[in-house]
Design a binder for this molecule. Structure first.
Ligand SMILES: [Zn+2]
Length: 341
């Protein structure tokens, strides 16, 4: 470095910055394709976790890359603006966050309106972009922050509307006989406990002793050899040719008691094991999954049910059926990750 002239040093760093931007865009294209193919699902519960744990990005850096990738997917012109440096990963991410928040609030932007905003943030810093977006919709600009203080504490700040504040004041009054002046942290911990008691299926009433769970009634021969105990049992009066099993309509119904049992056995965490036997343990958007799918004769039994996070359930469906069913209205994601069915 010391041997370079000032001119060379400046010329080099400009070339390097340009190369860094080019690689950054290339990386977004890779993230997009990995997302489409759900390639992160084998080991990770989300694309974000894949970027953090496998690619060693910080939480913020991973978030910015994912949001910028989504903007690039929606508006292809983002690529040229990122490559030239007219917008940055941060401002692209801010804009995508804004569109998402606006959608949540009921305002959907057409492509032309999105493009117009994209050109308006050209050359702007993150602070200037925040100001520009706040002027359009104050509510859509993120006003929540979480900051890790140390291993056991985080600082969480958010803007509370007058209604929420009023509710918190009423709550404070209700608990005053036990705690005359509860802090916000104490109030929210109490609210979290009450909500978890109500919403966490494993916290509800325990499985009643002797309660009848679904009885196995139907098999699929291919699976019957591998895991006969997870399939519907043969029907004694079957007359299905030489096959001793009688096909019946499969049912996805899972008795409530069995749902609770599955939740409490998994301790409210994803049970997916990767190829190294490492458990996922995510508690995000958990779903009860049939290890052997209902479509292949799997039944609702304690042994055949497991708790999976949405991502790992989708990953498993990809193996079971060759595609992933997403929320209503979403596209089905094909095995090859093309998004085309
Ligand atoms: Zn998982």
């Amino acid at each position: 470095m010391k041997s370079l002239t000032n001119l060379e040093l400046l010329s080099n760093i400009r070339a390097l910055a340009q190369e860094e931007r080019r690689i950054g865009v290339e990386l977004l294209h890779h993230i997009r394709e990995i997302d489409a193919r759900k390639l992160y699902g084998e080991k990770h519960s989300s694309l974000h976790e894949f970027l953090v744990q496998e690619l060693k990005y910080s939480d913020g850096a991973a978030h910015r890359r994912i949001q910028a990738m989504r903007l690039l997917r929606d508006l292809p012109e983002t690529e040229a603006k990122l490559s030239s440096g007219e917008i940055t990963l941060s401002t692209a991410s801010q804009l995508q966050n804004f569109f998402r928040a606006e959608k949540k609030l009921g305002t959907t932007y057409a492509s032309a309106a999105k493009r117009e905003l994209l050109s308006k943030i050209e050359g702007k810093s993150t602070r200037q972009t925040e100001g520009l977006l706040a002027a359009i919709s104050l509510q859509a600009v993120p006003r929540e922050r979480e900051r890790t203080l140390n291993e056991s504490e985080s600082s969480i700040t958010f803007v509370a509307g007058s209604e929420l504040r009023e509710k918190l004041m009423r709550l404070r009054g209700l608990v005053a006989h036990k705690n005359p002046c509860p802090s916000y942290a104490e109030l929210f911990e109490m609210l979290a406990d009450i909500a978890l008691q109500k919403l966490d299926p494993s916290k509800s009433e325990p499985l009643t002793a002797g309660k009848q769970l679904a009885q196995p009634t139907e098999p699929t021969l291919a699976y019957a050899k591998r895991a006969p105990h997870l399939l519907r049992a043969p029907s004694p009066q079957s007359t299905h040719g030489t096959c001793k099993f009688q096909p019946i309509q499969p049912s996805r119904y899972i008795p409530t008691a069995l749902k609770r049992l599955t939740w409490s056995r998994a301790q409210g965490r994803c049970e997916f094991l990767d190829s190294n036997g490492r458990r996922c343990t995510s508690s995000y958007a958990l779903e009860i999954d049939h290890k052997i799918p209902v479509g292949r004769g799997g039944i609702a039994s304690e042994a055949n049910l497991q708790l999976l996070c949405r991502s790992h359930n989708a990953h498993k469906n990809l193996g079971d059926y060759g595609f992933v069913w997403r929320r209503p209205g979403d596209l089905r994601v094909a095995r090859e990750g093309t998004g085309k069915i």
